[in-house]
Design a protein around this ligand. Structure first.
Ligand code: GAL
Length: 731
């Protein structure tokens, strides 16, 4: 491992502000901003002093990412450049004179049409900045540059590990010395070791006869590591790399992991956050993966539409969350130079991420672009050459498209198309052969649906949200029912800021099943409720529980998203009603919703417009036992200001989310309370966004960036309620 030093402090941004990385060049308002405001050049400068130890070997700066077209200058001379805004690059410092030097990084936030994803409009923002971290690495002259770990014959009794180790030798030393490798289990126990003589830039190691191995899967995300030690005349270098044992196969009968068929239920993720854009570090990245796995209960995420943070992917490995990772792009294919850059993006993505067991497919086509035989022959060939263990996919929305990839990955937005006229009745998904136009079935996966076909805000009327829910359920049901579809990845997990040409005119695509603060809309529970009840009960009625929120009044039909076997509803003093999941309309879902309608509640019982509204309760049963209850009041009033930080003990450089909700007497959010809350933050923390923010659908959020160690207090106040204070410790 190179010796790594944190190089993130004390950058002078635009010759003006001293900042720590990650950093966003322009902090944006929540919505309604001019997205060209950050589309220009910015500079970051930092002075540093050399260390006598550096003389012994190689020294370089490693940038995890910079948006975009970065140029790095050392004392005024350009020493490195990198166009792609999503992958790492380095700038070599070896041999600089002893003393103090200045590094300057110039980035260009404009949408340079020569660089993917630019050249035409795109439905997301690419926030300028040094938005990931920078490290200073030192290593012996001959050192380990990268390693690819593979686990052939995973299904055999005794397992194998092979490693292809790439060495860097910029000073052209004679190759020599030894490379040893050890395979360790999650507890650090050495399971096997191997040794090879170093006689070139690539060294192979293999480890045989490994027993007692736990295969990596969504339910058992067992991780192992390979510890490499290179001993050569130029010194000793080492590196630890995590990996997992697992075998993936996409066939025309779906996805198989370790020989077991798994239906893929996923959501797309953009890596953006309100105000901060891309620039939230480790803790926020980790939290997103946890939200997808534990709150949304999906088993797959697509990193639409670019390689995402290593922290996010590491957490996916740990959680057992499968990943579809893809190259940057959106519908547009540029000229030959642009395509060359895109082909390089394939290499950068794969060589950065090939050891993540969570990644099960590489997206090597520009999202939703047209066919381009030569270009996509190149991206596919390169992906297969670099990594023979994973299939390629290429996300398209056109039908009859040329299949150069291993998996036909399709954005099927057919549901809702009936609104455009035509003869096709409401259809959740098309059969794959209608889409592919091929005479035979092929490996096939749905990579998007929903989204712009039915944008839905968390403040939207209950009926619209019920339809939003229904559409997600219908597609999931169709996917589960079609053996030729490996899975379906909905558009999308979280609302995101976007260009003026998309979204609701407010620079926001309200396409998420969660809002930008990752607060669930009802549709979030369409996914969550498919999770196994043993891992958590879900019971979410799609209602704000009021007499007059819906057209003509009432709450029927009432969809209750649940993984319970049966629900009981009480209304006022009427006798309780028991209802089972709706297997008739959703025969294929693991957990169909319960739908209450006039069959279980007569209009006389629930009443009509003009009649008194009553309290209610819903109780969920599993195996005959009550497992969850929700109460609704008939006279909701603001009763409690709830303030929930994601964590109270955080790292000194972590960003932490704090959710604020106003609840009624029964603990339900007050969806239409638009009153603001004010946040007072003391201690070593920076608050993204304004101090006074409105509630949206009963909640709002804030990310605080710790600016060092110490006690942080956050006091949230609301005019009508007692203020609430939470205390965090950053260390
Ligand atoms: C797709 C596109 C996504 C997003 C989505 C909205 O066409 O791939 O990036 O724009 O539409 O529904």
């Amino acid at each position: 491992m190179p010796v790594t030093t944190d190089f993130n402090d004390n950058w002078l941004f635009e010759g003006r502000d001293t900042v720590r990385l990650p950093h966003t060049a322009v902090e944006l308002p929540y919505s309604y901003f001019d997205e060209t405001c950050y589309q220009r050049e910015y500079s970051y400068e930092k002075t540093f002093t050399t260390d006598p130890d550096w003389a012994a070997g190689e020294v370089w700066l490693r940038f995890d990412a910079a948006m975009a077209d970065a140029r790095v200058f050392l004392d005024g001379t350009e020493i490195a450049s990198h166009r792609d805004g999503y992958t790492p690059f380095s700038a070599r410092l070896t041999g600089i004179s002893a003393g103090t030097h200045k590094i300057k990084v110039v980035i260009d936030g404009s949408e340079n049409p020569e660089i993917p994803p630019f050249g035409h409009v795109i439905d997301y923002l690419t926030y300028a900045g040094l938005y990931r971290e920078v490290w200073l690495d030192t290593a012996p002259a001959l050192h380990i540059a990268n390693v690819k770990v593979e686990t052939p014959e995973v299904m055999a009794e005794a397992k194998r590990v092979t490693a292809t180790v790439h060495l860097d030798n910029p000073q052209n030393f004679a190759y020599g010395g030894d490379l040893t490798g050890e395979v360790l289990d999650g507890a650090g126990k050495v399971l096997a070791s191997a040794k090879a003589v170093v006689d070139g830039a690539e060294v192979a190691l293999s480890f045989d006869g490994l027993t007692g191995i736990t295969l990596w899967s969504p339910t058992t995300p067992a991780l192992y590591s390979l510890r490499l030690t290179l001993t050569s005349p130029s010194g000793t270098d080492s590196r630890d790399t995590r990996f997992g044992f697992r075998e993936i196969a996409f066939t025309d009968k779906g996805f198989h992991l370790n020989g077991q068929h798994i239906k893929l239920r996923g959501l797309n993720r953009h890596q953006s956050f309100p105000h901060a854009g891309y620039a939230l570090g480790r803790a926020a990245q980790i939290k997103d993966a946890e939200i997808l796995k534990h709150e949304l209960r999906v088993n797959m995420v697509r990193t639409s539409h670019y390689p995402q943070s290593k922290y996010f992917l590491d957490r996916c490995d740990e959680l057992g969350l499968l990943v579809f990772e893809e190259i940057p792009g959106w519908q547009h294919i540029g000229g030959l130079q642009w395509q060359d850059e895109s082909v390089m993006n394939v290499a950068r993505m794969i060589t950065r991420d090939w050891n993540h067991p969570s990644i099960v497919i590489w997206g090597v086509r520009i999202n939703e672009s047209g066919d381009n035989h030569d270009f996509y022959t190149r991206t596919n060939a390169l992906a297969r050459e670099l990594d023979a263990t994973r299939p390629t996919g290429g996300v398209r929305y056109i039908t009859d498209s040329e299949l150069l990839e291993d998996v036909y990955t399709m954005n099927d937005f057919i549901l809702g198309n009936e609104e455009l006229g035509g003869n096709r009745p409401r259809t959740p998904l098309r059969p794959q052969q209608e889409v592919t136009g091929l005479p035979h079935t092929v490996p096939y996966m749905i990579t998007e649906f929903g989204g712009h076909m039915y944008p839905t805000k968390s403040t939207d009327q209950e009926q619209r949200q019920a339809e939003h829910v229904t559409r997600h359920l219908e597609v999931l049901n169709a996917m589960y029912g079609d053996p030729n579809i490996a899975g379906a990845i909905g558009w999308c997990a979280f609302d995101y800021n976007t260009h003026k040409d998309f979204g609701s005119g407010d620079r926001l695509c309200h396409h998420g099943v969660m809002d930008m603060y990752r607060e669930p809309k009802f549709a979030a529970y369409a996914y969550a409720s498919q999770g196994d009840p043993e891992e958590g009960i879900v019971m979410e009625p799609v209602t704000f529980w009021a007499r007059g929120e819906r057209n003509i009044g009432g709450v029927l039909p009432l969809i209750i998203l649940t993984n319970c076997d049966e629900l009981e509803l009480t209304y006022g003093n009427f006798p309780p009603k028991r209802v089972k999941p709706d297997r008739e309309n959703y025969p294929h879902l693991p957990h169909p919703p319960v739908v209450l309608d006039n069959r279980s509640f007569t209009p006389e019982e629930l009443g009509v417009w003009g009649m008194k509204w009553e309290r209610g309760s819903i109780t969920g049963y599993v195996n005959g036992n009550p497992v969850a209850t929700k109460h609704y009041v008939d006279n909701a009033l603001p009763t409690k200001l709830q303030v929930v930080p994601d964590a109270t003990a955080i790292g000194a450089h972590d960003a932490v989310r704090i959710m604020v909700r106003v609840l009624d007497q029964a603990g339900n959010k007050l969806p239409f309370l638009p009153e603001p809350v004010t946040l007072l933050v003391t201690g070593p923390a920076y608050r993204f966004g304004p101090a006074t923010i409105p509630l949206r659908a009963g909640s709002t959020g804030v990310w605080l960036q710790a600016t060092g160690a110490g006690e942080i207090t956050v006091t949230v106040s609301h005019d009508r309620l007692d203020s609430t204070t939470v205390r965090l410790t950053a260390s």
